[in-house]
Each structure stands twice: as structure tokens, then as C-alpha cells.
Design a protein around this ligand. Structure first.
Ligand code: IMP
Ligand code: MG
Length: 170
């Protein structure tokens, strides 16, 4: 498959810094728990948290979907849960890409049940084309209309994650 450059690394780094600055000022005087959704979030998460100037606590969650079409009604399983207590804490959920919105909706539900004080969403890419579940993204890196996006952590069948730029498969 051919890949085409969509967002170069310099643009990604600039945007990540802007998001980190907003988070630092919005949560000034507090200590939010940042929860990264594995695996695609790895590079974005690593870059973002190191640009945030306030203290944070970090954890990860991993959800796997089953079947070809994931729906908000069920086919998702958590293969790694949050390990630190988020009861009464401000949480920022960090995701690589929001597509249908189903994964995020499930994870949100779970974190609400764990008693988080507040939950905001930070996503590198908001892909609008196939949205099924409305999710409000508080900190959004880039909006993309359509296409299959790879690189900077995002994969196609576990390939292309290592690319430093964000590309679109053709
Ligand atoms: P959802 O459809 O919003 O539940 O997205 C589920 C997951 O599919 C995302 O967290 C990504 O891991 C993956 N995904 C969706 N669209 C893309 C894409 O364009 N490239 C790479 N992964 C994607
Ligand atoms: Mg993901």
C-alpha cells in the first residue's frame, strides 16, 4: 500500500506543545491523572506528558474490540485496566484517534463507574467520516475528514507505528 504524508513531524510537535500548554493552564494547582489508551497512543502520550508543566499521574488502559464492526452496544473487552485509583480525581483520557467513537464511549463509561471527579478527552486526531457515537473532545490535535491514518503510533495491522510523521494510506 502507498502512504502519503499528511502531517509532518514538526507540525505534530508544535500542536502537541499547544495542547500541553492548555492542559497545564486549565489544571493549574491540581494533579490530573492522564490515562493513555494503548497501543496507538504511545508516542503522542510520551510527547504530551513531557510538555505539561504541572504534576500529573500516569496510567494506561487497553481495550480490544471483537468482530469487524464495533458497536457501542457491546463487543469490547478490557485487556488492561487502570491500576491507580481515580476515585475523586480529575482524569484526562488520552486517545490516538477517534473514529466511530465507540471505544471512547465504553472507556468513559468505565471511568465514570470508577468514580472519577471529572473526565476530559484529549485526542490526537478527530476523524469525522464514520462517527456513530457523539463524543466531545476537549483537547483535539487535528481534525481529519476521512482516510486510514498511520504513523506516530497509529498502525495498520501493527505496521507503520514507528513512522515519525502522520501519513494516510492510499
Ligand atoms: P473507534 O471507531 O472510535 O472506536 O476507534 C477504535 C480504534 O480504531 C481507535 O482507537 C484506533 O486504534 C483505531 N482506528 C480508527 N481509525 C483509525 C485509523 O485511521 N488509523 C489507525 N487506527 C485507527
Ligand atoms: Mg486507539
Amino acid at each position: 500500500m502507498e502512504k502519503e504524508l499528511l502531517i509532518p513531524r514538526e507540525t505534530i510537535q508544535r500542536r502537541v506543545k499547544e495542547l500541553a500548554n492548555r492542559i497545564s493552564s486549565d489544571y493549574e494547582g491540581r494533579e490530573p491523572v492522564l490515562i493513555g489508551i494503548l497501543n496507538g497512543v504511545i508516542f503522542f502520550f510520551a510527547d504530551l506528558v513531557r510538555e505539561i508543566s504541572i504534576p500529573t499521574r500516569l496510567d494506561f488502559i487497553r481495550a480490544r474490540s471483537y468482530g469487524s464492526e464495533m458497536t457501542s452496544s457491546g463487543t469490547i473487552r478490557f485487556t488492561k485496566d487502570v491500576e491507580i485509583s481515580i476515585q475523586g480525581k480529575p482524569v484526562i483520557l488520552v486517545e490516538d484517534i477517534v473514529d466511530t467513537g465507540a471505544t471512547l464511549a465504553h472507556i468513559l463509561e468505565r471511568l465514570v463507574r470508577k468514580g472519577a471527579e471529572s473526565i476530559r478527552i484529549c485526542a490526537l486526531i478527530d476523524k469525522l467520516e464514520r462517527r456513530k457515537v457523539a463524543v466531545s473532545i476537549d483537547y483535539c490535535g487535528f481534525q481529519v475528514e476521512e482516510g486510514f491514518i498511520v504513523g506516530y503510533g497509529l498502525d495498520y495491522d501493527e505496521k507503520y507505528r514507528h513512522l515519525p510523521d502522520i501519513c494516510v494510506l492510499k
